[in-house]
Design a protein around this ligand. Structure first.
Ligand code: SAM
Length: 372
């Protein structure tokens, strides 16, 4: 499969969605570490940077990263946090590395407009094959709080060797971009089998729109049983193809950030830029089946059943369950408040304390009593 030189064209809608999710994540990630007094240095890696802009001067990932860094300038300066940005761009089939030259030029130009960058930011440029550079840089990735973007044109980076490396890292959050539906077309080829072995019958049985979910579930199934790594998908439709982001991190602070961004983008399902489960149609009554449940309603119904089976449960356990199901506290809070009103569940506090801040930061752990 030949890769397309996307920068000869303007970014399409799906690419913009991807870039916005990348930058929204950087926006949430940077202050988390900058505000921690004991952290003096953070690293961001963009292994497939591109030249910086598309053909219509719309910013690509490296320029968006610089913009996000500049938006946090005040805090970064006051906390004196060092930021190291690793930008790599390489065209494997070309002798002249035009995109790499453009990347350096565009970033330097951006920096020259804001002289304050020089006090805290170092950019390291690389013109290497990301497949090798990734392994060279893992000692740095593992040493510092790191954010890793793998915006490949393809599927290679979901292969086991890369996942194993990322699985070993502690304070690393990563975002992959994967051409998921290409598995349906090229799944039997050597390149794809090497990346992720998916049964042909599985591929054939799965609906096209679920291809990215299938890829993510395959990746999950290959993680060690006791892994702390949590993976979440975001499917992106581009014409007839399904692409997707795989988000990975080990801590719930990161999961909370990613899920908040994903549900903000799509309040219907929080995991795609389209109506992946036909939820919009589920609001209508069907003659024989009645009303089908939407993704959020199904989660809330399952949660209610689970809660009512118990005698008591902590807000921490319920919050973790919410995240594990790929949902946000808002969806759960509605159920808790209703059950309290109906006299089926009780908590002494005014609110159920079901927020990231209460559970993980302030350690306000409370117990919900279920009335039998
Ligand atoms: C999907 S694009 C990334 C776009 C970029 N993030 C942006 O916002 O513009 C993939 C980029 O990776 C580069 N590339 C392709 N193969 C590569 C490799 N093996 N190592 C590093 N870069 C590669 C391509 O030249 C292309 O610019």
């Amino acid at each position: 499969m030949g890769s397309k030189n996307i920068h000869l064209e303007p970014f399409d809608k799906g690419t913009i969605t991807k870039l916005e999710i990348f930058e929204d994540y950087a926006q949430a990630w940077i202050p988390t570490f900058v505000m921690q007094p004991h952290i003096t240095e953070i690293h961001i890696f963009d292994f497939f940077s591109g030249p910086g802009y598309d053909s219509e001067n719309v910013a690509g990932s490296p320029i968006r990263l610089l913009t996000k860094i500049s938006e946090h300038l005040g805090h970064i300066m006051s906390k004196q946090t060092r930021i190291v940005l690793h930008l790599n761009e390489f065209e494997p089939t070309k002798k002249k590395q035009d995109k790499f030259e453009l990347l350096k030029y565009n970033c330097s130009n951006y920096l020259s407009q804001n002289p304050k960058f020089k006090y805290f930011l170092t950019i390291k440029f690389y013109n290497e094959n990301a497949e090798e550079l990734f392994f060279k840089l893992t000692p740095i990735i593992s040493k510092y709080p790191s954010l890793v973007y793998l915006d490949q044109n393809g599927v290679k980076f979901i292969s086991q060797e890369y996942i194993n490396k990322l699985e070993n890292l502690k304070t690393t959050d990563f975002l992959y971009f994967v051409s998921s539906s290409f598995f349906k077309r090229y799944g039997k080829t050597e390149e794809f089998r090497k990346a992720l072995e998916i049964d042909v019958s599985e591929l054939e049985a799965e609906e096209y729109r679920n291809m990215h979910r299938l890829v993510l579930n395959k990746m999950k199934s290959r993680l060690p049983a006791k892994t702390e790594l949590k993976l979440f998908p975001f499917s992106i439709k581009k014409n007839a193809n399904i692409y997707g982001i795989v988000f990975g991190a080990k801590n719930y602070a990161a999961v909370h950030k990613f899920l908040t961004i994903a549900w903000k983008r799509n309040e219907l399902n929080g995991e795609a830029d389209f109506d992946i489960d036909d939820d919009n149609k589920k609001n209508q009554l069907t003659l024989f089946e009645g009303k089908q449940m939407t993704k959020v309603e199904k989660f809330q119904s399952d949660l209610e059943n689970k809660l009512l089976e118990k005698n008591s449960v902590t807000n921490e356990a319920v919050l973790i369950y919410t995240y594990q199901c790929g949902h946000i506290p808002k969806h759960t809070e509605i159920v808790l408040k209703r059950l309290k009103k109906e006299g089926k569940l009780n908590y002494e506090t005014q609110t159920p304390y079901l927020t990231y801040e209460n559970v993980f930061r302030k350690k306000n752990i409370i117990t919900y009593q279920i009335k039998k």
